[in-house]
Design a protein around this ligand. Structure first.
Ligand SMILES: *Cc1c(COP(=O)(O)O)cnc(C)c1O
Length: 395
């Protein structure tokens, strides 16, 4: 056996299980919401698979999203777009975050469309990849990416000139909302109105963009007025709905085996810095995952895991590679033994913590938890959420 094969057959270590059926179901649910709201047209869901498919695995998330009805992909850099091509995906791809000196030369030939957030980008794209399909990107209220509104008319006119001369094809206009996770926030109305104005300006300049897109997951789920011709869905693919409006299915489960279980007397200090001392005699379990695997070290005071069907507290500091849990003194209340599977997080329907719980404990977003998971976790794919016989190792 090669080392890679040996690694893959070491099935007992810390494991990330991706439920591809959840991704497919989430895309279907989001498409249905767009349809019910009256959105029409092909290409209604762009699967945003940046950051390795939100840490879930680019190829598997991309494939599962297509199975659910997504028709194209969105990524940040052209490098991510070319990775999709290397993996054999032939669907349209939009790349929206590149420095002006990025290598765009392959983009048009590879069917990769490029967002244009400035005049300089328009020039760079037109020079390097004549005939490129571009999406003019308007800053609709984030002061982050996109052309500031005061330069928009000029960008639209310059783009129209470049289009007439055959240097670019303006196939889309895009914006992005800063506060869509808070549906009542006044910035959402301002962002919507800014986008509507931006589209009118583009049409007035003689552009005829096929795609008009403003909404990511939260806006799509909470406000049909943001739908336009297309939604860019990233978090929603993997079951994250920041708007809190729709129950999507989290697609990841993180498990690890209990390495040891030991009984300690009252007054036993645990881990680096002795930040926790057992108030009574208890059993401690050692779990072989830590902050190098992406678990936030700051959660130690409140984090929980599930083992033998019950929630158990994390005690002491998380280490780089390991975490200690308090199994309690009573084997009748928690029968966990060495070798048993500990669930760090999962979809939550079996009583286990969720990635959203870890995010809350850490004072961050679920996005940060799932995109921060470390590369040494074994990754497997399943079509249901529990570990089972159809598991397939991917790395
Ligand atoms: C990441 C990203 C998205 C996807 O957002 P989600 O809220 O994860 O669906 C959409 N548009 C842009 C510009 C992005 O950067």
């Amino acid at each position: 056996m090669t080392p890679a094969t040996l690694r893959r057959t070491a099935t007992t270590g810390p494991t990330l299980i991706l439920d591809v059926a959840a991704v497919t179901a989430n895309v279907r649910a989001i498409s249905a919401i767009r349809r019910q709201a009256g959105a029409r047209g092909a290409g209604e869901v762009m699967a945003v698979v940046k950051a390795d498919g939100y840490g879930h695995g680019l190829a598997d998330v991309a494939r599962a999203a297509l199975a659910g009805g997504a028709t194209r992909f969105g990524v940040t850099s052209v490098a991510e777009a070319y990775t999709l091509r290397d993996l054999g995906f032939t669907e349209p791809v939009l790349s929206w975050l590149n420095p002006v000196n990025a290598d765009f030369t392959q983009a048009t030939r590879a069917g990769v469309e490029l967002a244009v957030p400035s005049h300089a980008h328009l020039r760079a794209v037109a020079r390097q990849t004549p005939g490129a399909g571009v999406h003019l990107q308007l800053d609709t209220g984030m002061a982050r990416d996109g052309t500031p509104p005061e330069q928009w008319e000029s960008l639209c006119h310059t783009a129209r000139c470049a289009e007439r001369a055959g240097f670019v094809r303006v196939v889309g206009v895009m914006g992005h909302l800063a506060c869509a996770a808070e549906p009542g926030h006044p910035a959402n109305r301002r962002g919507r109105e800014c986008f509507d104005w931006g589209v009118r300006v583009a049409l007035g300049a003689g552009l005829r963009p096929r795609d008009r897109h403003l909404a990511a997951t939260a806006a799509t789920l909470s406000d049909p007025r943001t739908h336009h011709s297309l939604s860019r869905i990233g978090a929603g693919l993997v079951g994250i709905d920041e708007s809190g409006r729709v129950r999507l299915r989290p697609a990841l489960r993180l498990t690890a085996p209990l390495v040891t279980v030991r009984t300690v007397p009252a007054g036993t200090a645990v881990g680096y810095g002795h930040t926790w001392t057992s108030p009574r005699a208890t059993r401690l379990g050692l779990v072989p995952v830590g902050y190098a695997d992406g678990l936030p070290r700051c959660v130690a005071a409140c984090a929980q895991v599930q083992v033998a069907g019950v929630r158990r507290r994390v005690v002491g500091r998380l280490s780089m590679d390991m975490t200690v849990i308090d199994l309690g003194p009573d084997p009748a209340a928690c029968s966990a033994r060495a070798g048993d599977v500990v669930t760090l997080f999962g979809p939550g329907d079996g009583g286990e913590p969720t990635a959203a719980d870890w995010a809350r404990w850490a004072g961050t977003l679920e996005h940060e938890i799932v995109t921060g998971l470390g590369p040494r976790l074994r990754r497997v794919v399943t079509t249901h959420t529990g570990p089972g016989p159809d598991e397939r190792a991917t790395r």
